[in-house]
Design a protein around this ligand. Structure first.
Ligand SMILES: Nc1ncnc2c1ncn2[C@@H]1O[C@H](COP(=O)(O)OP(=O)(O)OP(=O)(O)O)[C@@H](O)[C@H]1O
Length: 299
């Protein structure tokens, strides 16, 4: 399968700042990748290069087999900036019809695009009356024009409430099932953890980690945490039996352990039978993994 996006040894400098250093990655059709990184890590720079908005110094970038910014590449890529701005006096339908006409597409399909993003009911209302989530959906409807093969989304869910975020990712799932590759940047680690196929961590312009969350978890080999709630009257005995545990104000025993020690530790805990009221296994979160890879690089 030809990758939708291929980046090889990409380097970009702004005077003395090396914004991207030898970055290489590929994105296959239908895959959803989250681009994570601290402020100034190089995310926007990478997106601008993929869109063909700025040149780069060395390396290669191919978008659907085409040069970024070429007419052929632009036909196949859509971009949603972080802050979408539409004319408040236009209705959603008028705004999307306008974009369709600009792209040489049939403006009459605007209602269909708005229906796909769940805005059929408000298509004829002025955008000035839309909520932030609704405006974001207009932005997504705009990216659907021309059936792009690659969607580049810059923090698409910032400012959205949890339900709007979930709906937004549901829409992305549908697009990826149709073969559209999606590259989105985000600082909302927990949501990308559940809703993307792979995670790319940029730190100081370098791609310091790439893979599924499971891959990154294995590679980071961070400790997992077991939370044990003693049954009433048995806290003291359990605390004595697990001296490695920290006991919180909530009465829970928190026992860190390496992945390989998990099963033996679980066996030790469950051997206490009814003296243990409850047990949870907490794997390292994406925040932990993200900090591990970012810090490892000295950032
Ligand atoms: N036009 C420019 N001129 C000079 N330096 C720039 C320019 N654009 C970006 N940079 C620098 O390149 C580095 C990467 O910036 P970039 O905007 O790509 O980061 P980012 O990961 O998108 O950050 P954020 O999360 O804050 O949006 C930063 O050090 C930034 O100051």
């Amino acid at each position: 399968m030809t990758p939708t996006l291929t980046i090889s040894q990409l380097t970009k400098r702004f005077q003395s700042v090396e914004a991207l250093k030898q970055v290489s990655l590929t994105l296959q059709p239908g895959r959803r990748a989250a681009l994570l990184g601290h402020n100034g890590a190089g995310k926007s720079t990478m997106m601008k290069i993929i869109l063909g908005l700025i040149p780069f110094d060395s390396g290669e970038v191919s978008v659907c087999g085409e040069t970024p910014g070429s007419a052929a590449a632009r036909r196949q890529v859509a971009y949603l900036p972080e802050n979408v701005a539409f004319h408040p006096a236009l209705t959603g339908e008028e705004q999307i019809s306008h974009y369709l006409a600009l792209r040489g597409e049939n403006p009459r399909i605007a209602p269909e695009l708005l229906a796909r993003v769940g805005l059929a009911h408000a298509a004829r209302r002025r955008i000035g009356t839309y909520s932030k989530g609704m405006r974001q959906r207009v932005g997504l409807a705009q990216t659907l024009i021309g059936r792009p093969r690659l969607l580049v989304l810059d923090e698409p869910t910032s400012g959205l409430d949890p339900v709007s975020r979930r709906d937004f990712y549901d829409l992305l799932d549908g697009l990826s099932a149709d073969g559209t590759a999606i590259l989105l940047s985000s600082h909302a680690l927990t949501e990308v953890e559940a809703r993307t196929d792979s995670i790319l961590i940029l730190s100081g312009g370098q791609l310091v980690a790439e893979g599924s969350l499971a891959d990154l978890r294995t590679r980071a080999a961070l400790p997992i945490m077991l939370l044990v709630r003693p049954a009433e009257g048995h806290a003291e005995a359990l605390v004595a039996a697990f001296p490695e545990a920290c006991v919180g104000a909530d009465g829970l025993l928190r026992i860190p352990c390496a992945q390989g020690e998990k099963l033996p530790l679980l066996a030790r805990i469950t051997a206490w039978g009814p003296q243990v009221a409850d047990l949870d296994v907490i794997p390292p979160s994406l925040e932990d993994i993200y900090s591990y890879f970012s810090r490892r690089d000295g950032q």
